[in-house]
Design a protein around this ligand. Sequence first.
Ligand code: PBG
Length: 336
Amino acid sequence: MFAPFPISRPRRLRRTAALRRLTAASGPGLPDMLWPVFVVAGENQRQPIDSMPGQERMSADELCRSLEPLVARGLGGLMLFGVEAECAKTPDGARAWDENGIVPLALRRLKQAYPELPLFTDVCLCGYTDHGHCGLWHCPDSATSPAGGCIDNDATLPLLARMALTHAAAGADGVAPSAMMDGQVAAIRQALEAAGHHDTVLLSYSTKFASALYGPFRDAAESAPRHGDRRSYQADPANLAAALRESVLDEAEGADILMVKPATFYLDVIQRVRQQTSLPLAAYNVSGEYAMLHSLAAAGGGDLPALVRENLLAIRRAGADIILTYWAKYHAFFET
Ligand code: PBG
């Protein structure tokens, strides 16, 4: 007779914490994270953001202070957003390329305090235009456009390039176009090269969806569109093929790092982009994802550090090398 076939015992490798650690991939740590921060003008400014508990808008000096423990623990870098005063916003968003604007001033200060810390900047007009769109708003011809206007893609490109150049000159290690204009990566790369900024990294928000998860961010950055929405330029959550093509095109235009945004609702997209590129891949764990876990924990529905670790682990498992996450601030969550 045959001896009974030994049953499979996968639990053997899960018996102790040491065996589990030995046989599993490690979760993302602080060095894999970029912390997105909202910078305001002035000194000694700390303004809590109601829709994002625990996050604040800060002036550059306060930001420098709050970075100390994070830099000491190896934070991967920052993604900077400037929050412009309402009265300084214009139709073309000209403050976006002012060399003495909020972001350039913060860059100079941060570089001085933390010369090694990688600094990335968001390159988009929505925080600087009075209409809140990511590009130039134009042609109010209600006959051809029922919404009464449209985004002028090609006229926006030189403005984004100018903004990127201003950031590069002020010390940004990388610029991150997020306006979802066609050709923005090529336009910015070309302008950087022409100005001698050969080493400025181009992190493209290559597959950025028109998502309902950006609500808290728009509150934090005061960048909500005053009319209409962003569906004519951001990717359609219902169209996977088009979303993947966006990343392919940005790689061809010269992006150094690609990104999928948001992350948690789009793990399939992260996995697909991972399979089609050998560039480093970032994923943006956006404001709505952050607020979601906060609300769950605040309602007594779970342990916040455990929820956060599982969320970021899923994003890493899907294939992201770099995670943009507001949770980077909570470094203790990742010290195991
Ligand atoms: C700017 C921009 C947005 C976010 C990052 N860059 C808002 C938007 O596209 O409306 C969202 C980030 C978040 O929700 O955390 N275009």
